[in-house]
Design a protein around this ligand. Sequence first.
Ligand SMILES: O=C(O)CCC(=O)C(=O)O
Length: 346
Amino acid sequence: MIEIPRCSVMTPELFNSRYKNKRPVILTATISDWLPVTTWKPEYLEWALSEEGAQVKVLVSHDNQHFINHPDVTELVAMPSRDFVSMVFRCSERDENENTKQRNYKRVYLRTLSMPDRLYRDVIVPKQVTDLAEKIYVEKPGRNLQIYDKPDCGIEQLVEESYSSVTQSVDEDPRSVRTTKYGSLVHQTEHYSVADSEDSDYDSMAESGISVYPFFRQATMQLWIGTRGNVTPLHYDRNHGLLAQIVGRKELLLFSPEDTSNLYPYPSYSNRSHTSRVNLRELETEGSRFPKLEDAQRYHCILQPGELLYMPPFWWHDVTSLDDCVSITLPWDLDTSDPIPASMLM
Ligand SMILES: O=C(O)CCC(=O)C(=O)O
C-alpha cells in the first residue's frame, strides 16, 4: 500500500510536472485556516441549511453503511435541517457523554449537488488552488477563450465589490466571532481570490476583453455532511477532484485508472459503470469472487480537517468517514488536452 504524499507548499510548476493527471497528493496548508474549517460549527450549519426552507433531502442507506445516489443502495428522505444536524453532530456529543463504544444509530448523508447559498459565501477558493487550475478555463459558448495568468489582475476589483456586498447581507449570521487570523471577512480578499462570480461579473469581464468561464462554480461544488461510518463505495469521477476536509477525518483508498480491469466495474452499458462491484469491507468473502483485486496497487490516506486532497480524473476512490464529517468537493473539468487513460477507453 502506498501512502499518499503530503505537501505544504505547492507551486503550479511542481503540480503540473508531478501530480496533475498523474497521481494524488494532499495539500496540508492550503485550507488549514479556511473560513469553513475554522467556523462551520453545528449551530452555524443548522442556520445555513435552513435557508431554503426547513427541510433538507438526505440519503438513507439500505444497509446503513453504503451511500451512492442509486435506488439499489439508498433512498432520498426529506427531514427538517435541525433534525438532520442533530442526527449527525449531537449524536457524537451524546455518545461521548454516555461513553458508548458502539453507536446504534441511523446513518445519514447529505450530499448536495450545488453549494447552498449561505455556505457558498464562505467558500472562497484559495489563490493557491486557482493558480494550480488556472490554465484550464473552458471557452464560454459564443465567446473567445482568453486565459488570464494572474487571478488578481483585473478581476480583483470585481471580487472586492461582489464580496463587500456579500458581507453586508450576512447580518443574521449566528457566528458570534466572524473574524479569522486575517481580521475580518472582507480583509480576506487580500489573501484569497474568488474563482466564481455571478454571470453578470463575467459579462462585464467580457466587455473589458476578459472572457473566462469559472471552473470552481457554485453549481458543481458538492457539500457532504454525514455520520461516522458512512462509506462512499469504490467509484471514479471524470473530472479533476479536490476534496476539502472541513470537519472530522476520512479514510480513503485510491487506485489508478490502470488498475480498472482489476477492480471489476459494473458493465459499461449499466448506469453504474463508474462504480466497482467489489465491497472492500468484505474482502474475505469478496476476495475469492474478485481474485484480480490482489493485483491492484492501493493508495491510502487519512484526510485530516483542514487538508485538501487532489484526485486526478478517473482515479478510483473509496471513502470511509472515521468521524462525523463535513467535506466539500471542488471539481474542475477535464481540459481538452488532458489524456484519457487507455484503460478507460476499452
Ligand atoms: O467524501 C465522500 O464520501 C465521497 C467524496 C467523493 O467521492 C468525491 O469527492 O469525489
